[in-house]
Structure formats: structure tokens, C-alpha cells
Design a protein around this ligand. Sequence first.
Ligand SMILES: Nc1nc2c(c(=O)[nH]1)N[C@H]1C(S)=C(S)[C@@H](COP(=O)(O)OP(=O)(O)OC[C@H]3O[C@@H](n4cnc5c(N)ncnc54)[C@H](O)[C@@H]3O)O[C@H]1N2
Ligand code: MOO
Length: 394
Amino acid sequence: MSLLPVAEAQARLLALGDRLAAEDVPASACAGRWLARDIHALRDQPWADLSAMDGYAIRASEWPGPWRVTAESIAGGGLPLPLAAGESARIFTGAPLPPGADTVLIQEDADLEEGLLHARGPGLSVGRNVRPAASDFHKGQQLLTAGAALGPAQIALAVLGGHGSLPVGARPRVALISTGNELVPPGAPTPPGRLPSSNGPMLGAMLGALGCEILDIGIVPDDLDLMIQSLERASQADIIVSTGGASVGDHDLVRPAFAAAGGDLDFWKIRMRPGKPLMAGKLRDAIFLGLPGNPVSAFVTATLFLLPLVRHMAGAADPLPRIASATLAAPLPATGERDDYLRAFRTGDGLIAVTSQDSAATAALARADSLIVRTAGSAPAAVGDQVAVISLHA
Ligand SMILES: Nc1nc2c(c(=O)[nH]1)N[C@H]1C(S)=C(S)[C@@H](COP(=O)(O)OP(=O)(O)OC[C@H]3O[C@@H](n4cnc5c(N)ncnc54)[C@H](O)[C@@H]3O)O[C@H]1N2
Ligand code: MOO
């Protein structure tokens, strides 16, 4: 089987997963979710011409006054009565201008003498210190598009637009299976030959950050029947993720178990390093993703495949990791026949790849905050060169 290019494998994986149903969620709880529908403004913002400063509402053409101060406008009050010629209104930030006023004189530039207001300094242009009605957005205007990622700014916009809750995509439920006779649960004793299973907690943390509910199947030994049973149990989730047993060894049982459970394999083996043995398919309604067991390989493939699948199913229009450009602060060797995803960290001078690029090197992984993406067959790169990079801190 030839190795599948990463982009093609990502497209095929996303094509397996349908968007989940929308649910209405209070706006304040929508951070990290994706809009299921376009949303439109239910009101004008600002609702009227509002003062941007504390001062006096005037007609700019009457500069420099004097004006009689005949009214007061405060935020939360209604629209004041209109100003007649020679009149001004005391006004505060966020308060509506009285009809007739067109400009706000800030109080630092004003003198009040015997009830008469005088302006100091050069005249003000019409509209100074005023936020016109609907200048931010108008009622009916589309504010956000289906598939948009919701963060604090988008939530603020939606709430100002009049929405108390938002339609967002439900998040997939993910079943996690860690395979391997050598694995023990986190914190358990590790006699010779045994090691703690770190992939489950690692993936749990990655998925937890996206708010996914986890169905933890736990550690499954390298036994075909047990593996089949575990896959069947896991198939009640939206996504099944296994780690380990994905390669070609005699004890790599994930593929045969998946087939025996009735799974339909879509692809296996990707042109990437680390992560070559990645596989994906469908088991009944669940999407199955078999990640390699090496912790770094599992991390990188989860970043490039699992998390995008989750985002896609949860409604993201743009589910793939964002690839940016950055300067190298240390040279890189040529790449081989697979695309390299090099663990690296940022410095003030640019990116430096961690020393050990071994797919089992977790100490090096834990120092990384970026993945440098180098396509297969790339020439060596020098300090100062631009490289493609994925940030690991979203
Ligand atoms: N002859 C070949 N051998 C291998 C190939 C190949 O193409 N031909 N591919 C290599 C690559 S690339 C990778 S990656 C690994 C991945 O293989 P598996 O997915 O079958 O992983 P395992 O063999 O089960 O485990 C690999 C390694 O990771 C440790 N591990 C597994 N699960 C966990 C866990 N939950 N927590 C922590 N560590 C875990 C495991 O003990 C092994 O050391 O195959 C190469 N071989
Ligand atoms: O692809 Mo493996 O993940 O290189 O070690």
C-alpha cells in the first residue's frame, strides 16, 4: 500500500464525519464552540447617536458658544428633548445626543460661567466625539457566519446583537482505547517490561480542551477477541480512537480486530513522520481513527487528524490546524520521503527544532510549542529561512 499524502488523508477523514446536530447554548458558555447557523443582528448598535465622552452636546456650528445648559443625558435614559438654538445638554459617555445636537464638547475643554457654557480651543468638526446610530452594525445585518469559531470577541458581538444564546454544533463523544500488553494505568507500579499508559491521558487532555465527552475504554491487551469486544463497546461513541498496535508487527492487532468487528477501513499509512501507521475508517455509525502507539506519533496524528475531525463534526468551517510562516533560528537537515512534523519551540530569534525527533521522545515533546512542517524531499534549511509552522498553543 503506498503512503497517502497528509492533505488527502485529512480530506478523506473529514468526509467520513457528518456535522452533529445544533444545540442552543447560553452565549457566555459558547467559547470554543462553532456556530451552526449564520446569525444576524436583532438591534442597531449603537441604538442612537451616542456620546463617546463626558461633556456637553452642542451644535458645532454655534462654536464657541455660549450655550445655555438646558438638559442632561445619561446612559440608560431615553432620548432627551430636542435642543433649541443656543442650547446644550450635559451628556455622559454612552448617553444619546438630544435631537439637534451633532457634536460633543469634552468637559476638559469647557468653561461654565454663570450657567453659560463656553468652549475653549479651535472649533470641533461636526460629529466629533459622537458614535452614530448603527455605526457598529444595523438590525438585520449578518454578524457571524455558520462554522465561525466562537471566542470572546464573537460572543461580545452576538450578545450586543441581541442574542442570549447561540446555535452551536454538538460536540462528538469520543471513545479512547489504549492497546498493548506492556501498559499499566497511570500511577500504577511498573515492574520490568511495563510502562504507564500515557496516551489515554494525553488524548483526554487534547479532547477535553475541545469540550468532548470521553468514553474511556482504558487499556486493552494485545488479544484479538478483547480488542474486537472493546471496539464494539466503543462504537456507541461518535469517534473511536485507539493508540498502538497500528503497525505491521505480529502483535499489531488493531487492523485485524477492526475488520473482524465489521469495520470498513478507508485508509492506512500516511506519508508523514511521525505517524505513518495511522488508519481510519467507519465502524457502524462511528468514525474510527487508529493512531500509532508511540506517544509523539499519537500526539502529532491527534493534532493533524483527530482534533480537526472533532472540530469538523462540531461545526467548524475551518477545522484544520492553521499553518503559518516563521523564521528558523537553527538549521534543519533535509527531509526524507515523508513529510516531517518536527517538534520545535519559539525563541525571540525564531524557531528551534528540539534535539530529539524520535517518536518516543516525550521529554522533547513536552518542550515543544510548535510543529515545523517540512514536505518530503525538502533541502536542508538554514538560519533565517522561512518555514511552515503549526502552533501547538491554539
Ligand atoms: N517493521 C516495521 N516496524 C515498524 C514500522 C514499520 O513501518 N515497519 N512502523 C514504525 C512506526 S513509524 C511506528 S509509529 C510504530 C507504531 O507502531 P504501533 O502503532 O503498532 O505501536 P506499538 O508497537 O503498539 O507501540 C509503539 C511504542 O509506543 C508505546 N506505547 C504504546 N501505547 C502506549 C501508551 N498508551 N502510552 C505510552 N506508550 C505507549 C509502546 O510501548 C511502544 O514502545 O511502529 C514502528 N514499527
Ligand atoms: O511514524 Mo512513526 O510515528 O515515525 O514513529
